[in-house]
Design a binder for this molecule. Sequence first.
Ligand SMILES: Cc1ncc(COP(=O)(O)O)c(C=O)c1O
Length: 395
Amino acid sequence: MNAPGSARTVTPPEHVFDWLDGIAEQRADAGLTRVLRARSAEEGQLDLAGNDYLGLARDKRVAGAAAAAALRWGAGATGSRLVTGSTELHAELEYELARFCGAQAALVFSSGFTANLGAVTALTGREAAIVTDKYIHASLIEGCRLSRADVAAVAHNSPEAVEHALATRRKQRALVVTDSVFSVDGDLAPLRELSAVCRRHSAALLVDDAHGLGVLGDGGRGAVHAAGLAGEPDVVITVTLSKSLGAQGGAVLGPRRVIKHLVNTARSFIFDTALAPASAASALAALRVLQDEPELAERVRTRANELSTRLHEAGFAVTVPDGAVVSVRAPGPDDAVAWAARCAERGVRVGCFRPPSVPDGVSRLRLTARADLTDSEMDRAVTVITETAPPQARR
Ligand SMILES: Cc1ncc(COP(=O)(O)O)c(C=O)c1O
């Protein structure tokens, strides 16, 4: 018999999550409900929504490396990096990544999200000030929140605003945080100017190069390399292995002492199971493909520009891409969702960004170019997006 008041004798209260229903209703009224759709492996849609910029996720050299590593090392890493999770694959990937991007050293995390959390928190703390672009990725924002530092989010792509925040900060130590290529509109941060501002104010610069790696710079070495800042003693780079490299995972690249500090203090590194060996192996294989075929980076940029030009000519308000991301303005969140759904019905998968994923309240279709898009796929994409557009989407 159960003791009086024990968990088993109490009727489970149905009402404890009632508050969620009200919130769900508000979300639905605003046209902002998100739903998961499971795609099948064979769906055959033309993908302009993923981040597989170089078309490597299904490349046999890359996927095959994952399969071979899983068979050799096992399906999982078995522990955190500091316990049993570090394999020779992780070490090799760190060496190759650092060498490719021109950094002194690298540290692989289980995702780009955890890399950003780890880097921002470990390099700041209560005694530091953080100055961020207001459009940085959510993972960097979470890092800032967890850091307990003084955080100032300033105007987008404004070295002047960063300078003002640094000049008026109350903490001596400072970290400036930005994306290289911004996820939503695909525009590039003024990295050289930001670095100059940082140097005038003895601040470190952290650049999330998630959308730059594999796309920008010499052979895809990234936006920081292109800006001549890789390997500098005051610059830290974060990347994801899940976009151009078609794999999974993230990394922080920078001065050796920064990497050592992260190994010892970054909680999202220390208390997280290591990246699976299959993912490490596939990222490594993708990096080698990119080194063998440096033209892939230029090809994706060319495709992005073609997409943007053709949609502009068709009358849409579209961004001029700095990398692989092309953003097309939609009249509102419902229109954006319906437009993306009509594209999907016609076999073209496009991204749909709307609040709260977009910082400026503007809904848009988000298209990602790929290096392996054919001419006929480009034609099909432009035709479908144009023919399914709501009338108010035209400029
Ligand atoms: C700019 C940026 N940083 C970080 C991340 C997170 O990377 P991951 O998906 O590997 O966690 C993303 C990915 O969505 C991103 O776009």
